[in-house]
Design a protein around this ligand. Structure first.
Ligand code: 15L
Length: 272
């Protein structure tokens, strides 16, 4: 794996990857516009994911793609439709047309955000998206499966928790992903010889984690981060949050409680 395209290079995770990945891959960065701090040694090609011709141009000549370009939180339907559903379709279709073999797709924990926090879940549970954003990422996972089985791409979907230097509240302590562990996951996605189509949770080895990431471990993932070492910081952050009975119940947190109609008793928990 030599030439790798990173979409969403100007976003929060993209910015971290611009530092962490260059020792490993020859990167082409892309986003709607160039990061302000673009360095002379960095290659940047602007592209709007909503425009198929631009996406084809940016994937040309790449061996692999790390696809982080997206609307990354909840938004109105037109926004998620254009950026995340049509945009991800363009990305996979352009990869097929241009012969790019591998795609690492940034999915999210919000495809399963309506599972309660006291339930440990694997990757094979019924999807329960907590937002239109979560629905759009579930569509991206499905597109990845289609392009793998129908057209021979190889795709890793990462249901990412929260990438940061440390957890800002207790929910984030359960879903924290240390940036270096994300790099391990990306390397499996781009380099593992046995990978065809898989879904992993993008999460570190948090003592208070909610997700069974056995499939990732089978591919050799060995996370080194555990948010327990920063628990006090998470507790302090939590103490500053307003109580949120719905958000505090579900794994998706405030993504789940935003626009939620009625109380928790209305729907109950999915029991499988
Ligand atoms: C996500 O999918 C978001 O992209 C990120 O900004 C975080 O908010 C994260 O989920 C989360 O669940 O906290």
């Amino acid at each position: 794996m030599k030439r790798v395209l990173l979409t969403g290079a100007g976003g929060g995770i993209g910015t971290r990857l611009r530092t962490l990945l260059p020792p490993i891959y020859d990167l082409r960065l892309s986003d709607l516009k160039a990061p302000q701090d673009l360095r002379a040694a960095e290659e940047f090609v602007a592209a709007d994911l909503a425009d198929m011709a631009q996406v084809e141009r940016v994937v040309e000549g790449m061996d692999g793609i790390i696809h982080f370009g997206a609307q990354s939180v909840e938004a109105d339907w037109d926004t998620v439709l254009r950026s995340n559903i049509e945009g991800t379709y363009h990305l996979f279709e352009a990869a097929r047309r241009k012969g790019v073999k591998r795609v690492v797709f940034a999915s999210t924990n919000h495809v399963v955000g309506f599972y309660p926090r006291d339930q440990r879940i694997g990757i094979d549970v019924t999807l329960l998206p907590d937002t239109r954003y979560g629905v759009s990422k579930a569509c991206g996972e499905a597109l990845g499966a289609l392009y793998t089985y129908k057209y021979g791409l190889e795709v890793l979907c990462l249901r990412i928790g929260n990438v940061s230097d440390g957890p800002a509240d207790l929910r984030l302590a359960s879903i924290w992903l240390q940036p270096e562990d994300l790099v391990q996951l990306i390397r499996i996605g781009l380099e593992h010889p046995d990978l065809r189509y898989e879904i992993f949770y993008g999460v570190s080895a948090n003592t208070r984690g909610w997700w069974d990431n056995a499939v990732a471990y089978r591919y050799g993932y060995r996370p080194t981060g555990d948010s327990e070492t920063m628990l006090q910081q998470a507790r302090d952050g939590q103490a500053k949050r307003a109580p949120d009975p719905v958000g505090d119940h579900y794994q998706g947190g405030h993504f789940a409680s935003t626009e939620f109609e009625g109380g928790l008793e209305r729907v109950g928990d999915m029991k499988r």
